[in-house]
Design a protein around this ligand. Structure first.
Ligand code: SF4
Ligand code: ZN
Ligand code: ZN
Length: 321
């Protein structure tokens, strides 16, 4: 939790009254120095993991939620000093009472920041909405949604010739994914939780997570500071999202031992993942182009094309356009 104005601490850089204390570094900061500290931290993550090179085109996925709006705002700040071009994208998943405000919130933020914004309706592009896909496939909504979003973003980024696709995954997300993958022994998922995922095939963007080392409490503080109007969690399928119990547990651990989430994710990256990858490498099937759509697949037909076929059958229209 942020401890703000509990004690009258002074900003480490300018001596003004601190607005927030970065607990894992025992660093009191005023509003202005917190904003620059946060942006520098994201920049450092991007440089450390070589996410983007000067002159490259970066597409940022914006859902309208807090994390993605903060990512958009910080990348807009960093694009000039780091020398990359930035555009944003929002997917319209066709979820009633949710998708329209997601698109609107993202469009408004992009406009305010002067970032070109693309809206892609999955119904227009692939012929079905998420609620329609859910009628054809019994997977939990969020896992099906994840498949559709990952595929669509990569497909659009490939078509538009972007070098990198940035998503708003946070340090908290990574700590939670790592822990839940341990718990369910989901080893092939565990090896993929990296800050940069190289393109599966030539012509695709690399996937980057610039908030990989940023805590959600700092992301929330930055959103407040910048006056970003993000959407409240309003997706009607959110109740199928993985349990909040791990989040609560990790927050408690972080509260008692500031810096634990970071230590856990760094330890995973430095020690655990390399060992796992060496162990798994002979078993991992090489990716090849899907015989239908050309996107990376471990089999002849990719998971998305198989889903598309199922939905088409259900809707009784043969091939969806
Ligand atoms: Fe998709 Fe689940 Fe997020 Fe809703 S809550 S947008 S279904 S991932
Ligand atoms: Zn200051
Ligand atoms: Zn395919």
């Amino acid at each position: 939790m942020r401890s703000r104005r509990k004690r009258k601490r002074r900003c480490r850089f300018c001596g003004r009254e601190a607005w927030l204390v970065v607990r894992q570094a025992n660093l009191p900061l005023c509003r202005e120095h917190f904003a620059s500290w946060f942006e520098r931290r994201v920049e450092r993550t991007m440089r450390r993991y070589k996410m983007v090179r000067p002159g490259e085109r970066v597409l940022v996925a914006v859902s309208g939620g807090k994390d993605s709006l903060v990512l958009l705002a910080v990348l807009a700040e960093l694009s000039e000093p780091m020398g990359f071009q930035l555009e944003a994208i929002t997917l319209d998943l066709g979820i009633e009472g949710y998708s329209a405000s997601s698109v609107e919130t993202a469009a408004e933020a992009a406009r305010a920041l002067g970032v070109e914004h693309h809206v892609i309706s999955i119904k227009d592009r692939y012929g079905f909405t998420l609620p329609e896909a859910l009628k054809a496939d019994r997977r939990p909504a969020c896992s099906l949604c994840g498949l559709i979003k990952r595929y669509t973003l990569a497909d659009v980024a490939r078509e538009m010739g972007f070098d990198a696709l940035a998503t708003g995954h946070t340090l908290d997300d990574m700590a939670r994914f790592i822990l839940s993958s341990y718990m369910t022994a989901a080893i092939s998922e565990l090896v993929r939780l990296t800050p940069v995922v190289p393109p599966g095939l030539p012509g695709l963007p690399r996937l980057v997570k610039p908030l990989y080392e940023s805590l959600e409490e700092h992301i929330r503080a930055y959103a407040e500071l910048r006056g970003l109007k993000y959407m409240p969690d309003g997706c009607p399928y959110a109740s199928t999202a993985p349990s909040d119990r791990l989040r609560i547990f990790l927050d408690q651990v972080e509260h008692e031992s500031p810096g634990m989430k970071h230590a856990m994710v760094r330890g995973y990256l430095k020690r655990i993942r390399p060992a796992l990858e060496a162990h798994l490498r002979p078993e991992l099937p090489p990716l090849r182009p899907c015989s239908r759509c050309g996107m990376p697949s471990s089999g002849d037909v990719c998971a998305f094309c198989r889903l598309r076929e199922k939905v088409a059958r259900l809707l009784g229209r043969g091939e969806l356009s």
